[in-house]
Write a protein that binds this ligand. Structure first.
Ligand SMILES: *Cc1c(COP(=O)(O)O)cnc(C)c1O
Length: 427
């Protein structure tokens, strides 16, 4: 399927039914799977055979949908998780442990910032946050002998900074560690980070991939390009025997293309159990079938709303990488030639107070802690998703207190602009 264009992969990737089999991906709503002999099952537990035994670790519906996402990103293997949070935690914790260090862009989703900065710190994993605009020298300086991963978001939620993936990948690789990129906002329709040197891609499938506000979920995709064995001293979990699986060495047994996802499934999914329900994987797949049709409309609406906001004197600043005035316009043209996403952020004259009044008066656009839905929505991050951050951290994350984030859905752009216009009139 990878020889086909992205649109065909969206519609048909991952699932190839045989003669007389269901055309739509079957929902395997079963916690467990039956075997004829204990030996048959034993081979699964030894990772000697592939198959299913318990849905806490793996489920056929999930794997079918994950295979589609792997094809979309151009990766070798993928898995679904219960949420985007679980995907980012698993992707990092699969190669980090107590005593490890991460270099992460400071311009990332608030939940991920908190995961790395607070929760993973409690596990003994240390972090250095760097500006997404840092020079190569500044990025190099953030690395330590115990650094195990570099992390960033293609288009940051909600700051809308665009990651220079090639630069970040070059620096990560110079230090012998993989670059993990959260590609939630552009989706593989608008950017495929592996083509620019990223090693692992994560997603909150809750956003555009589902696209209908129906199912929380996440995904992890491996490019198969990172040579773990060449840096075996850094990644003992992949490159030395796993005693909980009878001494299997993942990087040897499953190779560069399969080791990361197999270990993540066999250890982290087994022990943490953050599996996506097969029902949600089915809903996610329905969203994926139209992703390539929806993304251009989200971009069209985002661009129109951003241009309208920029022309209004009551708006002091608009961030949208598709605007010529945007700091990330040139870099977006490189990585996102077909546009990025439908999310626009802006600040009003009058800061936090004006933001509250504006939001209250929106009629078509709803106030929601969500983005990337078919229905347009808006949020003031400082009072919601980012409320755990201090004022300094808010500025570092690119979300000052008066910032409003609008996620342009699939409605007619004229109606969105009319709604924003009437709300601006009330200020
Ligand atoms: C929403 C989001 C997450 C977290 O995903 P959930 O599915 O809500 O757990 C992670 N990264 C980005 C960029 C997001 O937008």
């Amino acid at each position: 399927m990878s020889e086909h264009s992205i649109g065909t992969r969206c519609v048909q990737g991952g699932y190839r039914p045989g003669n007389g089999e269901p055309r739509q991906v079957p929902i395997i709503q079963s916690t467990t799977f039956k075997y004829d002999t204990s030996e048959d099952m034993g081979r699964l537990f030894d990772l000697e055979a592939s198959g299913y035994f318990y849905t806490r670790l793996q489920n056929p519906t999930n794997d079918t949908v994950a295979a589609k996402i792997a094809e979309l990103e151009g990766g070798t293997a993928a898995m679904l998780t219960s949420s985007g949070q679980a995907a980012n935690f698993f992707a990092l914790f699969n190669i980090c442990e107590c005593g490890s260090h991460i270099v992460a862009s400071s311009s990332i989703y608030g939940g991920t910032f908190n995961l790395i900065d607070v929760t993973m710190a409690k596990m003994g994993v240390d972090v250095t946050f760097v500006s997404p605009d840092a020079s190569e020298d500044e990025l190099n300086a953030a690395f330590k002998e115990n650094t195990r991963a570099m992390f960033g978001e293609t288009i940051a939620n909600p700051a809308l900074t665009v990651l220079d993936i090639e630069k970040f990948a070059r620096v990560a690789h110079a230090h012998g560690v993989p670059l993990i990129v959260d590609n939630t906002f552009p989706t593989p329709v608008n950017c495929r980070p592996f083509e620019w040197g990223a090693d692992i891609v994560t997603h909150s499938t809750t956003k555009y991939m589902d696209g209908h506000g129906a199912a929380v979920g996440g995904a992890i995709v491996d490019s198969g390009k990172f040579d773990w064995m060449a840096h075996a001293d850094k990644f003992p979990g992949l490159c030395t025997p796993d005693e909980s699986y009878h001494g299997i060495t993942y990087a040897e047994k499953f190779g560069q293309g399969g080791a990361f996802i197999t270990k993540c499934t066999a250890q982290l999914m087994r022990d943490f159990g953050c599996i996506q329900s097969p029902q949600n994987a089915f809903l996610l797949n329905l969203g994926l079938e139209s992703l390539h049709v929806r993304m251009p409309r989200h971009v069209e609406n985002g661009q129109a709303v951003a241009e309208f906001l920029e022309s209004d004197p009551r708006v002091t600043h608009v961030s949208y990488p598709g605007l010529k005035s945007d700091k990330y316009y040139e870099i977006a043209r490189k990585y996102l030639p077909n546009g990025g996403c439908g999310v626009v952020s802006f600040e009003l004259e009058g800061g936090r107070e004006a933001a509250e009044k504006f939001m209250k008066n929106l009629k078509v656009i709803a106030i929601e802690t969500h983005v990337a839905d078919a229905r347009s929505c808006a949020l003031n991050p400082a009072t919601s998703t980012h409320r755990q951050l201090t004022d300094e951290q808010l500025v570092a994350a690119g979300v000052p207190a008066g910032l409003i984030r609008v996620s342009c859905g699939l409605e007619d752009k004229a109606d969105l602009i009319a709604d924003i216009s009437q709300a601006l009139e009330t200020l």
